[in-house]
Design a protein. Structure first.
Ligand SMILES: Cc1cc2nc3c(=O)[nH]c(=O)nc-3n(C[C@H](O)[C@H](O)[C@H](O)COP(=O)(O)OP(=O)(O)OC[C@H]3O[C@@H](n4cnc5c(N)ncnc54)[C@H](O)[C@@H]3O)c2cc1C
Length: 339
């Protein structure tokens, strides 16, 4: 159900922001905030480009008082429709809250604003020998706030966990416009409700995250990739079970099914026959890497293994566009829904 804000409410909301360029109401400006990767579309009546927690608080208090629907937004890359303002109202965009406030390698945490891109954080951490484990394929252009709200993970989740496992503390603003903090800088916290884990993955429905303290992990010294092609999906599944039942946990484990392999082959990339591909990465100290790869390969061998490509050093991530072009052909068309 759409909700039309009165001129008076719009004026009150606009007045919460420091600069006029943080407030968008023109239809063509709002259009850019009306979709994500889900193919759903619905235009908000206004967009606030917040730069401080105080602005978020002031906006939410007014929206609460007047029953205005609110949708939080990072970079709009999620694939579920979670950042599409289906009820209209106000979009609160965190894209301008882009500061990395602190990196503390001694205590292994970083404090960031929600609009920092995952890729920018990784780039800042790399020279210090650390990384933040969540690695959605959208890392280069998705925000930490969006990653947290979606509990984003990626191939590395098999060893390092997803966003929920790598968040120490949060600052957020609730639906009444009140700011609250949860979590702590330490791995062991006192007893009590774990609001941090509750907020992560809640898709902006419990509050708007305005600051996050993230757990840092030392970068692995060495890494190798294996591509394992199996005759059938069942053979690949059995291999995953064997790999996970031995002590060396791969640092990435991705599965590609027959339909996706057919699309890859259609694009002219040569692959031997086989209906299921496992992409496996192993990380370790340089001196331990050979043995770790050997152990994973030994577990991978078995019924249906038709080809082993590698071990190689992991390829650099390819531009998303090429793969995306292949897979978006399977997606339904975009539709506009202004209610
Ligand atoms: C090509 C591609 C590959 C992907 N690969 C993976 C993958 O491998 N693994 C995986 O887990 N995901 C993957 N994703 C999805 C990924 O989780 C999202 O891209 C990303 O987390 C969304 O970040 P965003 O900044 O774009 O947030 P948005 O899309 O803008 O928002 C996502 C959700 O977060 C909420 N939100 C945003 N900011 C805040 C905030 N500050 N406080 C509260 N709520 C907020 C929004 O309301 C919405 O519910 C992929 C997406 C794409 C397009």
């Amino acid at each position: 159900m759409s909700h039309a804000m009165t001129p008076s409410v719009l004026q009150q909301l606009g007045a919460c922001l420091t600069h006029p360029d943080q407030w968008l109401t023109a239809a063509e400006d709002c259009l850019a905030y009306s979709f994500d990767n889900s193919k759903r579309m619905a235009r908000p009546q206004a967009v606030a480009l917040c730069t401080t927690t105080a602005e978020v608080c002031a906006l939410l208090a007014i929206c609460h008082a007047h029953g205005v629907p609110v949708t939080a937004r990072g970079r709009g890359t999620n694939t579920t429709g979670a950042s599409v303002p289906m009820a209209g109202g106000l979009v609160i965009s965190l894209e301008r809250m882009q500061r990395i406030l602190d990196i503390n390698t001694a205590d292994r945490y970083a404090v960031v604003e929600p609009g920092v891109l995952n890729g920018d954080l990784q780039a800042a951490l790399k020279p210090l020998g650390f990384f933040w484990p969540p690695d959605p394929t959208s890392a280069g252009f998705s925000s930490i706030g969006g990653n947290l709200a979606c509990n984003a993970g990626g191939p590395r989740a098999v060893k390092y966990g997803a966003s929920r496992d790598n968040t120490l503390a949060l600052m957020a603003v609730d639906g009444r416009g009140e700011v609250f903090s949860c979590g702590s800088l330490t791995s062991k916290n006192s007893v009590g409700y774990d609001l941090t884990r509750f907020l992560v993955g809640s898709e902006g429905t419990l509050g708007i995250i305005t600051q996050a303290t993230l757990k840092l992990v030392p970068l692995p010294v060495a890494k190798r990739a294996l591509r394992l092609l199996y005759a059938r999906i069942e053979d690949a599944a059995a291999a995953v079970a064997r790999i996970m039942a031995q002590p060396v946990t791969p640092c990435a484990l991705e599965f590609i099914d027959r339909e996706a392999l057919a699309l890859v082959r259609e694009r002219g990339i040569e692959l031997p026959g086989g209906d299921a591909l496992l992409l496996v990465e192993v990380d370790a100290e340089a001196s331990a890497l050979d043995a770790a790869c050997k152990a994973v390969l030994a577990a991978a061998e078995g019924l249906g293994l038709v080809n082993v490509l590698g071990p190689t050093t992991p390829p650099k991530p390819r531009p998303v566009g090429r793969t995306q072009g292949t897979f978006t052909r399977l997606a339904p068309p975009r539709t506009e829904k202004n209610q």
